[in-house]
Design a protein. Structure first.
Lengths: 171, 171
DNA sequence: GAACTGTTCGTTATAACATAACATTATTGT
DNA sequence: ACAATAATGTTATGTTATAACGAACAGTTC
């Protein structure tokens, strides 16, 4: 039986982690950070953060909007895009360009660009802890005289679970 | 004075290359490859390829559509998306996810994922010759048990020319 | 060259993603 | 309490992408 991972470990592809803990922790970190930065984590913003943490699958803006509507929040597109913009600015969420979707950030305390692994089968995504790749990437760019300001690195494929399930002949 | 680069070198950020040569070469390569692969480079497809080669700036589908309309081609969205789909399949074009845009591929003869440098100031993009990064990327993913099937690597920032022009106080 | 088959294209409609612009309400600092 | 700023509500629209179905075309077989 796999170990229960430490609370801020990589958990997306781990079937049996305590996901409530992920959510709680994310919300707590968010509250702390926003307080520190004098940023206002209003009810909509908090709820949107909670929603993108409901699973480790990136959510589209309109999926979020649907949920907000159910919760009785205002539900016009600007509402969700504003909340997302705030969360992105605060480093509490990331945008996945290749999916037009958003996902909560597990490490908002240190500002970073997310490198993502995205499972094409189950839709889960997790950040790839690959700070070591930043330097070579920037160096290659530098060799072309190019100055990198932001990075989009999204690797799509099959997560461990889905590698097993897709080779299952029953599928 | 900078050298004239060899014909299939990196040229996007080089101000004074002969761009007609880029286009000609791309179209010739496309014809050859399509013949080899028994793929039909029909008039619309060829024209779309030519259009995304008009500059080194990635083009949006609707920009392409506008041009097609001017040329008297049918101009409903499916037309351009079908042509683009074909070009992507044949490796003749790449999609830039972070821009929702498309750009011609200078090296269609060997199938690859493009790693892109995208200038936020002038809009030009060029492929980063960084095959050496593929292995480390995949290894990091592998370490998480993840099997990479496709890669989106897009670095945004300032190209050599725009680094100069944006620090120019006249801007 | 007629009939068959699969591919490409035309056409209409709509889905999915995102922002502009401006009015209103809430919060903060004085 | 007041003014200034930030956040939200609201309406409308812009942008990107695909579904679905029928017509035209190209290649293949007889």
């Amino acid at each position: 039986m796999p170990n229960q991972p430490a609370s801020d470990d990589l958990t997306a592809f781990c079937c049996n982690h305590d996901h409530h803990q992920c959510i709680d922790q994310a919300l707590n970190k968010a509250k702390t950070l926003c307080k520190e930065h004098c940023a206002r984590l209003t009810p909509v913003r908090e709820r949107v953060l909670e929603l993108i943490w409901q699973s480790h699958k990136p959510l589209g803006a309109y999926q979020i909007l649907e949920q907000l509507a159910r919760d009785g929040f205002n539900s016009a597109p600007p509402t969700v895009y504003r909340a997302l913009e705030f969360l992105l600015e605060q480093g509490l969420a990331h945008r996945i360009a290749s999916l037009n979707a958003f996902i909560g950030c597990a490490h908002p305390e240190r500002r970073h660009q997310g490198y993502f692994l995205i499972c094409r089968h189950c839709g889960s995504a997790q950040e790839l802890p690959a700070e070591t790749l930043t330097k070579p990437l920037k160096q290659h760019a530098q060799a072309q005289g190019f100055k990198v300001e932001s990075e989009t690195v999204e690797l799509s494929g099959l997560c461990p679970n889905c590698q097993a399930s897709t080779q299952d002949p029953s599928r």
